[in-house]
Design a protein around this ligand. Structure first.
Ligand code: ADP
Ligand code: MG
Length: 752
């Protein structure tokens, strides 16, 4: 059956060579019951391991059924072990987290047996362990464990049974039973038993081999056994279904281990997702901020700004014509305030808005609430309502203020859902009256105002800078000043240079004083939209709180320098109609076509003046992103490494399990599959839990909500693939480490 010719095996340790066995020559045949004895370190275990194909040998030849094995590769020895060898060990090598039944079942599954249930029960009955079938191996006594190990060795059909000191850990009573069971069940097999106490096996032995210092020193045949033919045993393999079964069994076998692995994968999945979502958020922000217009804040490449001749207002007919022009999506009449930014102070947040007229909401369905009825009522248009949940159901008081004037209290009475603006801007819809007030303020702030009296001109032009004309607003309305009259501050014009009558390039200061009372002042208002002239008469001068309250009224601040006119006169100068209008085309490729339909208007196509932010600020988001990507990849790599190390530590105790599988003859590929199934199963569970969070966003803080919100189906698929690849990689790296050593080598490590 098996022959050894001058077989030697050396161990290399710390640069020293020691021989395990040297020049051993032996022949074994079926039906023999060989007992090998010898003192400790004489090479008995080494001999058995070589015969079992668990360890390699360096010299000599080993034949199995006449076939030479020195050219065998690791995979050939796997097949060899599977076909011929069943091992029984001193330390049992059972899977202690499996039940008795599962341990015996394992060997049958590995060898592709079909009638598993019946066979397991049969063999358990033969070794007297049937009543313990459902008991976990860790709960058994040593003698019981060795019976299970024998049951496992005998469950599959092999010709050779190799037992290394099977009774060393047992009391003498159990030990005697082991010999008997082996002899009874394995009559037609080759049984090789190593033992210190020959007596325990003496009644059953057919031959005794004694070893000393790695050599055979005695080989006694007690009686000849009949010649037997080797069995022709069917060799099956662990089916894929059973690989999955074992993978799942291992996953949940030891609950705390499962929990640990699950936590690690939860950490891996959650942190990868966090980083991934941070990146796509930056990426989206970069894309959104990519283009902007330096002058018009409300930048859009679909926007066209229209004006008519100087001083000519837009009328309802204009709007109707524009709405009817093909290719135009939206018409925004009050263009002049479209680029003005207001902000609403909410309880927890600030809402930045572009102002619109309520008329733009015609035919639009409100998400909640109603349209404004009074001047201090507004509707807000919001891209993502979930960000401002306190607005939706609340009609409380909010403060509205724009950037230049002091705050005015308004009530949000309605909410409408809008497409998201760039820069997280929202929209606010104002009552017509309030809109006109804001528009008048806007005209005033963009106007050049000149006062002329007795040939002297005071002008608020402060010169030009790169953004155009800079001016100082010095004309304010008052209800107390009579119509046609003007109240001026004493010393008006002190802080600016006034050109003399015929402008000569020279200028001088000419402050107003009490002597101007009763004199006429011509006011000229000029801006890009219209020109307006009105004559006033100076009625009073103020120079302190008392005189201010008497002549102008209202709150006095130290250093007021504005001239005051009647509210109606002010409205006549500034509260004008609309001189600029914007249209938004349906899509940018329709701009050409739309422009053809806009004959008669002066047009300004915003798309032509848009520039990317990186052009303006140099680098910008793109630069940050290109820096961020390698950092994110590096951090994911670090997280991966940490996970790998921790998983490696948790799985370390699995080494013993996997080397048992190898000792039982399971191929590497299938062992790796079982490991893959376990790791993938846990990774999937972790991913499922992380993904399920999307359904419960409400319970998370806002930052996590945004993170989950931003991820689309595509992103989840990418993440899934990413995490599964990482899981497989971890599994693969672990398996590679595991298989670097010989089966018995891995096992020794796992024992520690
Ligand atoms: P036995 O089983 O008879 O007690 P072994 O076969 O275990 O003896 O050991 C035979 C010799 O080989 C001993 O000298 C032992 O020190 C050495 N040996 C066994 N295993 C190893 C190993 N893994 N590394 C180094 N030396 C070993
Ligand atoms: Mg030994």
């Amino acid at each position: 059956m098996i022959s050894l010719r001058n077989v030697s095996k050396y161990y290399y340790k710390n640069g020293m060579i020691s021989s395990g066995i040297s020049k051993v020559s032996l022949d074994f045949r079926l039906g023999e019951f060989v007992v090998i004895t010898g003192e400790s370190g004489s090479g008995k275990s080494t001999l058995l391991n070589v015969i079992s194909g668990l360890d390699s040998y360096e010299e000599g030849e080993m034949y199995i059924n006449g076939e030479e094995t020195s050219h065998y590769l690791a995979t050939d020895f796997e097949k060899y072990r599977k076909k011929y060898i069943a091992n029984i060990f001193q330390t049992f090598n059972l899977v202690s987290s499996y039940t008795v039944y599962q341990n015996v079942e394992l060997i049958l599954l590995i060898n592709g047996y079909r009638d598993v249930h019946e066979r397991v029960n049969n063999i358990l009955r033969q070794v007297g362990m049937l009543e313990y079938a459902k008991t976990k191996v860790s709960k058994l006594s040593g003698g019981q464990k060795q019976r299970v190990a024998i049951a496992r060795a005998l469950a599959k059909d092999t010709d050779i049974i190799v037992a290394d000191e099977p009774t060393a850990n047992l009391d003498s009573e159990s030990a005697g039973a082991i010999g008997r069971i082996l002899r009874e069940i394995a009559k037609d097999k080759l049984v090789i038993v190593v033992t210190h106490s020959f007596d325990q096996f003496a009644p059953y032995a057919t031959r005794r081999v004694k070893m000393h210092d790695g050599r055979i020193v005695e080989d006694v045949l007690f009686y000849n056994t009949p010649m037997l033919e080797p069995g022709d045993y069917r060799q099956g393999n662990l089916s894929f279904g059973n690989q999955i079964r074992l993978g799942i069994r291992n996953t949940f076998n030891i609950p705390y281990k499962f929990l640990l692995l699950f936590m690690v994968f939860l950490f891996l999945a959650a942190s990868t997702m966090g980083l991934y979502s941070a990146y796509i958020r930056m990426d989206q922000a970069a894309e959104e901020q990519d283009k902007m217009n330096e002058v018009f804040a409300n930048a859009s490449d679909k926007r066209i700004i229209l004006t008519k001749d100087h001083g000519v207002e837009f009328t309802d007919q204009d709007y109707e014509r524009l709405r009817a022009t093909p290719g135009i999506g939206t018409v925004v009449p009050n263009d002049i305030i479209l680029d003005k930014q207001c902000y609403l102070t909410l309880e927890t947040d600030e809402l930045y808005c572009f102002p619109h007229g309520v008329s733009e909401l015609e035919g639009v369905k409100l998400h909640s609430g109603r349209l404004p009825e009074k001047e201090d009522e507004v509707v807000v248009g919001i891209g993502d309502l979930s960000y401002y949940s306190d607005l939706v159901d609340q009609n409380g008081q909010f403060r509205l203020s724009d950037m230049t004037t002091s705050g005015k209290k308004v009530t949000v009475v309605g909410v409408v859902k809008k497409q998201r603006h760039k820069y997280d801007m929202e929209d606010i819809y104002l009552n017509d009256d309030y809109l006109q007030t804001i528009r008048a303020q806007e005209y005033a702030s963009r106007s050049s105002v000149s006062l002329e009296s007795n040939g002297i001109i005071w002008n608020n032009d402060l010169g030009e800078d790169e953004y155009g004309l800079e001016s100082m607003s010095f004309m304010e309305p008052s209800k107390k000043v009579p119509k046609g009259k003007m109240v001026v501050p004493e010393g008006f014009g002190e802080n600016f240079q006034i050109p003399t009558t015929e402008y000569t390039g020279e200028s001088e200061e000419m402050p107003m004083d009490r002597s101007f009372v009763g004199k006429g002042v011509d006011v000229t208002v000029e801006n890009p939209f219209f020109t307006e002239k009105t004559a006033f008469q100076v009625s009073d001068v103020y120079n302190d709180k008392k005189s201010f309250e008497k002549t102008v009224g209202g709150k006095y601040d130290e250093g007021l320098t504005a001239v005051y006119i009647n509210q109606d006169d002010y409205n006549g100068l500034f509260r004008k109609g609309n001189y600029q209008c914007s249209v938004y085309v349906e899509s940018t490729d329709k701009i050409e076509e739309v422009l053809k339909g806009l004959k008669g208007y002066k047009t300004f196509v915003m798309a032509e003046t848009m520039s990317s932010e990186s052009e303006i600020y140099g680098g910008g988001m793109e630069g940050i992103l290109s820096l961020l990507l390698p950092i994110i990849i590096a951090v994911i790599f670090v997280i991966f490494c940490i996970s790998y190390i921790v998983i490696g530590l948790i799985l370390r105790s699995r080494n013993a399990y996997f080397s048992i599988l190898r000792i039982l003859g399971l191929q590497k590929r299938r062992i790796e599959n079982i490991l893959n199934i376990e790791i993938l199963l846990i990774a999937n569970l972790a991913f499922a839990v992380v993904t399920a969070c999307k359904a419960f966003t409400r319970v998370f803080p806002a930052t996590v909500q945004k993170m989950l919100d931003i991820m689309g189906v595509k992103d989840y698929i990418i993440l899934y693939i990413l995490i599964m690849i990482m899981a497989l990689l971890i599994s693969h790296l672990f398996a590679r480490k595991l298989f670097k050593k010989t089966a018995i080598g891995t096992f020794r490590e796992g024992e520690v």
